[in-house]
Design a protein around this ligand. Structure first.
Ligand code: GLN
Length: 249
């Protein structure tokens, strides 16, 4: 089996090791005999969202978000159709914000978003920086998930708020998450996941990487049971961070 994974705007959206998410997905495919076809695409390139299995958008600064918004907006209809068809999307920080309705910068100026997610973002006066632990929402957890938490690193001034029809990825146990006020982190809508967690997210949270792979394979209509991998090191690293941040013995 082959899985088409697209890293969109790798030249503009790729902060704090975001590219590691693509490496993690590709490795977890290969270790199971699935062939990952990785495509990097940027401004002006032709894309077939419907034919993709996983679309990845990393984080970027306000400047980069402004540079790509026009190119992204012209893809809105095709991307929306693919998402309604079950395309798996992971958007981190700036990429997450661009999937929402708008991002209002510190000066009040707004960068338009795709509006595919019922979320909006308003820059606050204080940057939200540091490690994060999230308790995953039951509706987001994968069936075989051993871990119920996500660990990662955030660095954003945007404060994101969720509307109706979307659910948060989980509850913040340490750090700020979406906005530092409502203790929510990230979003899920269909197979679209938005989050503030860099770090990169997927090597630190292999259960979450596998959830994305499972959903992508399910959309293909094939057997979704993923071969179990030896994740002892990844799980240990995950556990160490959870215990350290939550000050557990
Ligand atoms: N520009 C956005 C913010 O600061 C996104 C930052 C990021 O992607 N790390 O909120």
């Amino acid at each position: 089996m082959k899985l088409n994974i697209c890293h969109l705007y790798p030249d503009l959206l790729d902060l704090y090791g975001d590219r590691g998410n693509i490496l993690a997905l590709a490795s977890r495919c290969r270790w199971r005999g699935i062939e990952p076809i990785i495509r990097q695409a940027s401004l002006g390139e032709d894309l077939d969202f419907m034919g993709m299995d996983i679309l990845f958008l990393g984080g970027g600064s306000d400047r980069e978000q402004g540079l790509l918004v026009q190119d992204l907006m012209r893809r809105e209809r095709e991307l929306r159709n693919a998402i309604e068809n079950g395309l798996v999307v992971l958007g981190i920080c700036g990429g997450y914000q661009m999937l929402g309705k708008f991002y209002q910068m510190v000066g009040g100026e707004k960068i338009q978003g795709l509006g595919i997610l019922d979320v909006w973002t308003i820059a606050g006066a204080r940057r939200l920086i540091g490690n994060v632990v999230v308790e995953l929402n039951e509706q987001v957890l994968g069936v075989n998930s051993k871990f119920k938490t996500l660990v990662g690193f955030e660095n954003h001034s945007g404060k994101t708020y969720l509307g109706e029809g979307v659910i948060p990825l989980g509850k913040v146990l340490f750090g700020n998450g979406n906005n530092g006020d409502d203790h929510q982190e990230g979003v899920r809508y269909r197979n679209v996941f938005g989050t503030y967690l860099h770090g990169p997210l997927l090597p630190k949270n292999p259960h979450f990487a596998d959830l994305l792979l499972e959903l992508a394979i399910l959309r293909r209509g094939t057997d979704t049971r993923l071969m179990k991998l030896d994740d002892r090191l990844e799980e240990l690293a995950h556990e160490v961070m959870v215990k350290r941040l939550l000050k557990q013995a």
